[in-house]
Design a protein around this ligand. Structure first.
Ligand code: C2E
Ligand code: MG
Ligand code: MG
Length: 584
């Protein structure tokens, strides 16, 4: 009996009709709000409004010991002053004459469950599903809080939060070539590295001489795609954040060991500070991403710190970008041709196709101003195939017009991004067949700085090589591939960069390098072309060094198709006159 009195749940025994025989204090407390006028005589009467039909169920022909009703949930209307209370009631038929009610206060348990659910939902909304680290929302909140705190304390170095925006340099390329599953795994590994780095709490250099270096508080989050952010607390100085950014670069630079072999994926970082002057959280993030773009444009695998002038440059680039989209549709792009001549007899052995843009306002825009934008924006595919198609068609037209005296090879530049496209070979095949150019008459130029760098690109070069197309290594001498690696690349021609050629007659150092290049290329069965020959002195020096061919303003500038045709015809005429003079 004592037990009944102190039980933490309400217990009520009634007759079959609901008249109460025994009720403990807890039950009285819990049921009181249901008993109008404090009238607690018949349980079934009390519960009638909340659980209509309970009387019938209790009276039904059920066996003793059977549960009539389990966990009946009754929400007690909260008055404005009191919170909602929830009762859980169950009813068991003890024997033929007795009903037993148990009443619990489910408010607390339900609330806890609700809180758990809320927390889980909040976690889901704040956690990146792929990497299980905080997401953009958390970053935005954290930056907004820092801005607010800065506004309250008047800003200052110690108050500032530094935002490091991270974008991997060639993720899309791997994602496409290795498949999305590998791409996802790569992103997870990146997140792991960042989190491990943050846990190791890198030391921030001291803010002032005399104060000690201390561990930084870092938050790592995924913003989306291959973009991550690292937030560094109390790190208002450029020197201090730069030290951390450099460590991050090193951490991300190590190759990832994946099932298919090691993957090298460097990253570009942009840094901005969350200060009251820097605008809201979104604009701080945007500044950091602009700084990241600059790091990327400078070649990647580096960081840069946001400066306001970057914004204008970005605006100019985006103006060019939208203009370029239009240019492709409105036929504002055209191709010019520059002769490549044989050094020994001056015969035009080939032409290099170079793209130009006739901008309605800016005039002729050189490729250096838009090729990399086209690469970044995915327009390079359309641009590249336009140039290739025009050049191949022009080559065929010259063959038709000039026969054996047409320039043998048509040389076309392909960019790094084009070479990462697995569809490149198929696209080239299509253009070969559409235009009717022979594969052996087409030469594709790839810049030396990336030709040797990347397995995927080397594979693409082999595919093109297998089509019977000639390959030329452009700008040789400016990149990383040394003469010793030359034999590993499936190229037919080495084009010696203008920066060497321009000094061939003035610097013995450059002359020796050119000579070595020519000798090695020849020993590998490759031809050589000197780029950017501007003077007779350079030309005769290169001829003496037995360079096969030359290209440069000395011979001819790049010319629109019609003008190039005239140039070729004049050449043919000249040669005929020359031959006539000899035979006469
Ligand atoms: P590149 O392939 O090395 O082309 C040679 C560049 O040197 C051309 O500049 C040409 O006009 C210039 N040049 C030729 N002879 C001389 C000379 O004697 N002196 C001087 N100072 N320059 C000379 P351009 O046409 O401005 O092209 C620059 C670069 O843009 C090209 O370098 C190539 O990498 C890229 N490019 C041009 N057209 C295309 C294209 O259709 N597709 C792609 N992906 N890249 C292109
Ligand atoms: Mg070229
Ligand atoms: Mg070049």
């Amino acid at each position: 009996m004592q037990f009944l009195h102190q039980a933490p749940i309400g217990l009520v025994q009634t007759e079959m009709g609901g008249d109460i025989r025994m009720i403990n204090p807890m039950a009285i407390t819990l049921l009181m709000p249901l008993a109008p006028g404090g009238n607690l005589l018949n349980m079934l009467d009390v519960l009638e409004p909340e659980a209509p039909g309970l009387r019938e169920r209790a009276a039904a022909d059920t066996l003793p010991g059977e549960t009539v009703c389990e966990a009946l949930r009754i929400v007690l209307d909260a008055s404005p002053a009191t919170a909602v209370r929830i009762l859980g009631i169950s009813l068991v038929k003890l024997d033929r004459e007795t009903l037993m009610f148990t009443i619990t206060d489910a408010t607390f348990a339900e609330q806890q469950e609700q809180n758990r659910l809320d927390l889980r939902l909040r976690d889901i909304a704040r956690t990146d599903a792929l990497t299980a680290i905080p997401n953009r929302t958390v970053v935005q909140e954290r930056i907004a809080r820092a801005i607010e705190a800065g506004a309250q304390t008047g800003g200052g170095e110690e108050a500032a939060l530094a935002v490091i925006f991270i974008n991997s340099d060639r993720f899309n390329q791997f994602n496409v070539s290795l498949g999305h599953a590998v791409g996802d795994a790569l992103l997870q590994r990146m997140a792991e590295r960042l989190v491990r780095f943050a846990h190791a709490a890198p030391a921030v250099p001291a803010a002032h001489a005399g104060t000690a270096a201390r561990a930084a508080e870092l938050l790592v989050a995924r913003l989306g795609g291959d973009e991550f952010a690292v937030l560094v607390e109390h790190c208002g100085s450029v020197d201090r954040i730069s030290a951390i950014a450099q460590q991050l670069l090193d951490v991300l630079d190590a190759p990832y060991r994946m099932a298919g072999g090691p993957v090298h994926l460097s990253a570009s970082l942009g840094i901005a500070f969350a200060t009251p002057a820097g605008g809201d959280a979104d604009s701080v993030l945007q500044d950091a991403s602009i700084a990241m773009r600059f790091a990327k444009q400078a070649g990647g695998a580096r960081f840069s710190v946001f400066e306001p002038a970057m914004k204008e440059k970005v605006a100019r680039r985006s103006a060019i970008e939208s203009d370029l989209r239009r240019a492709l549709q409105e036929n504002e792009l055209f191709v010019v041709y520059q002769p490549i001549v044989r050094m020994d007899d001056g015969v035009c052995a080939g032409m290099e196709a170079l793209v130009r843009w006739k901008h309605p306002v800016r005039g002729i825009v050189p490729p250096i101003e838009f090729i990399d934008i086209a690469e970044e924006t995915g327009l390079i595919g359309a641009l590249g195939s336009f140039v290739l198609r025009s050049a191949c068609a022009q080559s065929v037209a010259w063959k038709r017009q000039l026969g054996a005296r047409a320039p043998r090879h048509m040389s076309v530049n392909v960019s790094r991004v084009q070479l990462t496209d697995p569809a490149l070979a198929a696209q080239v095949i299509e253009i070969l067949s559409d235009t009717g150019i022979a594969a052996g008459d087409l030469q594709l130029e790839v810049t030396e700085s990336f030709a040797a760098q990347d397995q995927e690109i080397t594979q693409r070069l082999h595919e093109l090589h297998a089509l019977g197309i000639r390959l030329a290594l452009d700008d040789f001498g400016t990149g990383y591939s040394s003469l010793a690696c030359l034999h590993q690349l499936p190229v037919h021609v080495v084009k010696i960069d203008r920066s060497f050629v321009s000094q061939v007659d003035s610097s013995s150092h450059h002359r020796v390098l050119i000579e070595a290049t020519i000798l090695v290329a020849r020993s590998l069965g490759m031809g050589t072309v000197a780029e950017g020959i501007e003077t007779e002195e350079q030309a005769s020096e290169l001829a003496r060094l037995q360079c096969d061919k030359g290209q440069g303003y000395l011979f001819a500038r790049p010319m629109p198709a019609a003008q190039a045709t005239e140039w070729l015809l004049a050449r043919v005429q000249q040669a005929d006159n020359h031959a006539e003079a000899i035979t006469a």
